[in-house]
Design a protein around this ligand. Structure first.
Ligand code: PLP
Length: 389
């Protein structure tokens, strides 16, 4: 399928039929978590039933036996080795694994940004309090140019910097940061990099090799369509041995990377992971490039209808190929929280209020199971809310 299908509504109607119906709200908060296709949902239900017939044998001998093959498929999508992939519950867990697992000593410096995911910043602050490492925060405007953002990171580096944490796509406004350049700079100075790819993996093509970072973390329940509770941590081969796992393994794991796998949690519901392979299959049938093109098309579609409304303020750069499903807006003189409430209570449309520092607005994130006609409903509802201000 070519990316010209981005505007082919008949094609996307068939995709929509492959998803559970979203009700009672029109779900425009897929950046938080998205529904899996029906085939994925069914695979998980079947696996759960299978487990219940003989939990011990069916989880550990049958379902978990498929995990190496799942890692192979994920490795192809992410462009890394399967032996660099750990399966876990979500991005938050992957971030904590990297953050608490990298050996550092007092006065080593870590560079983060105010736009990074709050729990990742809080995890670094814990290390600051407990171990005396120094956490420095890069400051930049979310709508600044790539060059200015790169320079902000460059200026933040000192001889003490050991780690840089960078968010690939900011969850506030969908801005994609110049991660590859920042990782290249970090590598030239021997600095370790952690990339938070919660919002980019499976939303757009992502190559671990090309980004050239040390740790890449993501959730598989946002853009890949795997069941809720699936995440992936990629650790550069040469970093695996020096990184501590969050939980010590029960047995020595078969592969070095497995020390970060969900197994180390203790007993876990393997049915959740039985949905990953069908999700990858569904995703590949459409193709990551086509998915990204469609998400960009949907975002431009609704924005084109409201951009010229008096007081409409957009916080997402849109004239870029990086644009995807996630954008943030506000209306001058209108309280974004009230708009969110009114859209939900009166019009059954779910968008997400987001506030970070001076930016407060509404995040809108459609997914591939949505049609332009859904966005027409949203635009119509928004116009009404604004009119009644
Ligand atoms: C950039 C970013 N990082 C981390 C997370 C946390 O993801 P999860 O709740 O799946 O762990 C999110 C969730 O929206 C995110 O957008």
């Amino acid at each position: 399928m070519s990316s010209s299908h981005a505007t082919d509504e008949a094609f996307w109607e068939r995709i929509r039929d492959a998803y559970p119906r979203q009700q009672p709200l029109l779900n425009l908060n897929n950046a938080a978590v998205s529904p899996p296709p029906l085939v994925v949902e069914q695979a998980m239900i079947d696996a759960y039933r299978l487990i219940n017939h003989n939990p011990d044998v069916n989880m550990w001998s049958k379902l978990d036996a498929a995990l190496p093959a799942i890692k192979q498929q994920l490795a192809q999508l992410a462009d890394c080795s399967p032996e660099e992939i750990a399966l876990n519950r979500n991005t938050s867990e992957g971030l904590s694994t990297a953050i608490f697992g990298i050996p550092l000593t007092a006065n080593d410096q870590v560079l983060i940004s105010a736009w990074d995911y709050p729990s990742a910043c809080a995890a670094w602050q814990q290390r600051q309090q407990r171990e005396g490492i120094e956490v420095a925060c890069v400051d930049f405007d979310l709508t600044a140019s790539d060059e200015d953002i790169f320079k902000a990171y460059e200026a933040g580096i000192t001889p003490k910097t050991r780690v840089i944490q960078i968010t690939h796509m900011c969850h506030w406004n969908g801005r994609v940061l110049p991660v590859k350049r920042i990782c290249e700079l970090a590598r030239s100075k021997g600095i370790i990099t952690i990339v938070d790819g919660a919002q980019t993996f499976a939303q757009m093509p992502v190559s671990f090799r090309d980004l050239d970072c040390d740790y890449f973390v993501t959730s598989l329940h946002k853009w890949l369509g795997a069941p809720v509770g699936n995440g992936m941590l990629i650790v550069r081969e040469s970093r695996i041995d020096s990184t501590w796992p969050l939980l010590a393994p029960f047995d020595p794991p078969p592969l070095r990377i497995d020390k970060f796998d969900h197994w180390n949690l203790g007993t876990y519901n393997s049915a959740v992971q039985a949905g990953i392979a069908p999700a990858i299959h569904f995703h590949r049938e459409i193709g990551t490039g086509n998915i990204h093109a469609r998400l960009r098309e949907l975002t431009r579609y609704w924005l084109d209808q409201v951009r010229d409304l008096p007081g409409f303020r957009l916080y997402t750069p849109i004239d870029t190929d990086d644009l995807g499903a996630v954008s943030l807006f506000s209306m001058d003189r209108l309280d974004a929280r009230k708009i969110e409430q009114e859209l939900r209570q009166t019009h059954r449309v779910h968008v997400k209020f987001r506030q970070a520092r001076h930016v407060a607005g509404l995040r809108v994130s459609p997914h591939i199971y949505m049609l332009k006609s859904d966005l027409d409903l949203f635009v119509d509802a928004l116009r009404r809310v604004i009119r009644h201000g």
